[in-house]
Unconditional design. Structure first.
Length: 44
C-alpha cells in the first residue's frame, strides 16, 4: 500500500527497535500508537 500511494517502501527496523511499543499497541488496541509507528516506518 505504501508503494501504491507514492512512498519508496517500509522500514521494518522501526518495528525491530520499538518492538515493545508495537506489541503494546496491538495488545491495547491503541490505534494512535499503531499509526505513529507505521508513519515513522514509511520511507519517503
Amino acid at each position: 500500500m505504501a508503494l501504491h500511494v507514492g512512498y519508496k517502501g517500509f522500514n521494518w527496523n522501526v518495528f525491530d527497535k520499538r518492538f515493545d511499543e508495537y506489541i503494546r499497541s496491538i495488545q491495547k488496541l491503541n490505534g494512535e500508537l499503531m499509526v505513529m509507528l507505521h508513519r515513522d516506518a514509511l520511507v519517503q
